[in-house]
Design a binder for this molecule. Structure first.
Ligand code: NAD
Length: 314
């Protein structure tokens, strides 16, 4: 029996990463993009990337780079993409109107067995699937960048998504070696961005009020809290930090946590606090000049690969 077919709409950064993840697990992948040239470039770059990962011993899955690349093909129409697809992963730019139009088009073509999942980082699925035919086959499957190295995928159903299709998507993600989490209902920012934005807001306030530099604020995470968070979440961290576990932790420290939390101040308006933004940008660029971003991204990916290997040994 030939491998199940996965369709990917949008062959940019995230579309390519999904293509690699699915091919690594042996799925047949078709890539579609509004710009045909983009698919051609994507295929050439994917071939190079798979080969380079293989040379470094970093290729995921059991197949060779050549065998994985042979599973990936381009296609030139949405009609062709949806045919007999088990799952379609949408990866077009983060523009609500664009997603709405695309989902309306896909709803007319979707076959009954197909799940349509969006990679969106910000839009709740009800915002672009309401009123559509087959809307119960649609949900969000939000990866973190870079998905090839970070296993988390947030599965976010709309109120009308069929629960068994959420479960099927969860199983599919597990089959890729990703670590899905399932939200019981949709919420703005999902879970990862809500936590990330809470951290960003506080770092902004601390740097903006001159308490700490950008380098030191980031060091608190990379040399401190983040070391634990690569193994434990916030609640298990608390659970381990008091003799009687998490209940004891909040009994002991709860009033202090509430008192500190009450001093945070309002949510920063990062679009309007331009002096703080300029200061943060200046400090960040001193630490990593814009010309060195690519190099730093490569270092991040290298580090994450080693961290992922370490986590697998646990
Ligand atoms: P990107 O700009 O790199 O790629 C988007 C691709 O979609 C481009 O190749 C573009 O030509 C194509 N496209 C545009 N309109 C299209 C259409 N109507 N039909 C088919 N293809 C079309 O974007 P990206 O960074 O890969 O982001 C894609 C999605 O993934 C977004 O929803 C984004 O929020 C989400 N996401 C991004 C990140 C990230 O860090 N970049 C992380 C997680 C999730």
């Amino acid at each position: 029996m030939s491998a199940q077919k996965i369709g990917i709409v949008g062959s940019g950064l995230i579309g390519r990463a999904w293509a690699m993840l699915f091919a690594a697990a042996g799925y047949r992948v078709q890539l579609y993009d509004i710009l045909e040239a983009q698919v051609t470039t994507a295929l050439a770059e994917l071939q190079q990337e798979l080969h380079s990962l293989e040379c470094k011993g970093r290729l995921r899955g059991n197949l060779t780079a050549q065998a994985q690349f042979a599973l990936i093909s381009g296609c030139t129409s949405l009609q062709q993409l949806v045919q007999q697809a088990q799952h379609i992963q949408e990866c077009v730019p983060e523009q609500l109107e664009l997603k709405r139009q695309l989902y309306a088009q896909l709803a007319e073509l979707l076959e009954p067995q197909t799940v349509l999942a969006s990679s969106t980082s910000t839009f709740m699925p009800s915002r672009f699937t309401a009123e559509l035919k087959c809307k119960e086959q649609m949900l969000v499957a939000h990866p973190l960048n870079p998905p090839y190295y970070i296993p988390l995928v947030e599965l976010v159903p709309a109120p009308w998504t069929r629960p068994e299709l959420v479960e099927r998507t969860r199983q599919l993600m597990l089959s890729l070696g990703q670590r899905p989490v399932v939200l019981q209902r949709e919420i703005e920012g999902f879970v990862s961005n809500r936590i990330q934005y809470a951290i960003l807001n506080e770092v902004w306030r601390l740097v903006g009020s001159g308490i700490v530099s950008v380098a030191d604020a980031d060091r608190v995470l990379s040399e401190g809290l983040g070391m634990r968070y690569a193994l434990l979440g916030a609640l298990e961290t608390a659970h381990l930090n008091a003799p009687g576990g998490v209940a004891d932790y909040f009994q002991r420290f709860g009033s202090e946590i509430s008192a500190v939390s009450a001093s945070y101040g309002p949510t920063p308006n990062t679009c309007e606090e331009l002096d703080t933004l300029a200061d943060i940008a200046r400090q960040c660029e001193q630490l990593t000049p814009l010309a060195e971003l690519e190099q730093r991204r490569a270092a991040r990916d290298e580090f994450l690969t080693r961290l992922a290997a370490l986590k697998r040994q646990q």
